[in-house]
Design a protein around this ligand. Structure first.
Ligand code: ADP
Length: 313
């Protein structure tokens, strides 16, 4: 069985319970919830029973231990998470605007996860794993970018594969070096998982067909476009497949794309047909939005099977 690796931020998320108020006055909050896009992704991979690991750093504080405990409980190899005695674990405060869109206040740049290096257990895991999943959000700190690019080189030199979810937030898109790092990662990507308009991030094309054609011509094997409640579409050199969204009550959209990606990558690496990978990923994304908290809606295989039965699939 292949072992899936991801590298990047672990943090906690604290959520405003009411829409629209902003953070310039006191608001009611819930949390902390374990979070960080790579952490949500790998937690979902672990819940599906797939061998997997994360390389990260947290502080020796409650926020850090909350995350490590959750990931370990969900079958993730946490040996690559360094607990930094003098460090702190990052946080993200999230509020929902009246229109349902999200605004974040991030405290991650100076947290322990901004100092990730590919040494010790992290270097061992890069040798051990056969697939790396990269999240755009992780490309905000030079040492993390260096670690990701070094891990890509190691995994690719053994014939392994790379998946990439740009997962961009306007708050971090203009971080120094971000655009160069995004380009370096896409050049090594086998499976590209953009959300909506992120499809056009690396192309001048303005039409979906041309954008996909251009991306596949660069050596990317498959593109899967996530489309929120609409569902998702898969493209490779010979096929275009769509999976309409499942009708669920959306409580909190954070983490849907990460859970979707985790399910797709897991099924894809295990040799599933793209139809099946897309269906399960779509189900996983739908279930993820039904719970408050980014990792709280992650699913086991049995839960996904039961969900698909309930949806008469
Ligand atoms: P991201 O979180 O990366 O922006 P999306 O919002 O597109 O990604 O969500 C990822 C996937 O999760 C979608 O392609 C879909 O499968 C599922 N999903 C997201 N929101 C909903 C929703 N409201 N109802 C049903 N499925 C959803």
């Amino acid at each position: 069985m292949s072992k899936i690796l991801t590298i990047g931020e672990i943090l906690v998320e604290i959520i405003a319970t009411e829409r629209g108020n902003g953070f310039r006055a006191p608001v009611s909050l819930i949390g902390p919830f374990p979070s960080g896009a790579p952490a949500i992704f790998i937690d979902q991979v672990g819940k599906l029973g797939q061998d997997c690991a994360i390389i990260s750093r947290v502080g020796d504080d409650d926020f850090g231990h909350l995350n490590v405990d959750r990931l370990r409980a969900d079958n993730v190899d946490v040996s690559g998470i360094d607990i930094v005695p003098q460090g702190t674990t990052g946080s993200a405060f999230v509020r929902y605007r009246e229109d349902g869109s999200r605004a974040f206040v991030f405290n991650i740049r100076h947290s322990a996860c901004g100092t990730i290096e590919l040494t010790g257990n992290a270097a061992r895991l890069a040798e051990e794993c056969t697939h790396l999943h990269v999240m755009g959000t992780s490309l905000y700190a030079p040492s993390v970018v260096d670690s990701i690019l070094a891990a890509i080189r190691i995994i690719k030199s053994k014939g392994g594969t790379v998946s990439f979810d740009p997962n961009l937030r306007p708050e971090i898109l203009n971080a120094p070096g971000m655009r160069e790092a995004l380009k370096a990662v896409i050049a090594q990507t086998d499976l590209f998982l953009p959300s909506g308009a992120e499809l056009y991030l690396f192309t001048e094309a303005t039409d979906e067909k041309d954008a996909v054609k251009e991306l596949l011509a660069t050596g990317i094997k498959a593109v899967v476009v996530k489309q929120g409640s609409v569902g998702a579409t898969y493209f490779d050199q010979t096929r275009t497949l769509t999976s309409p969204g499942f009708a669920v009550e959306e409580v909190d959209p954070t983490g849907a794309g990460d859970c979707f990606g985790a399910a797709f990558v897991t099924f894809w690496l295990n040799g599933a047909e793209p139809e099946q990978a897309l269906l399960y990923a779509n189900a996983c994304g739908a279930r993820a939005v039904t719970k408050a908290g980014p990792m709280e809606g992650a699913s086991t295989r049995a839960e996904l099977d039961a969900f698909l039965v309930s949806q008469k699939v």
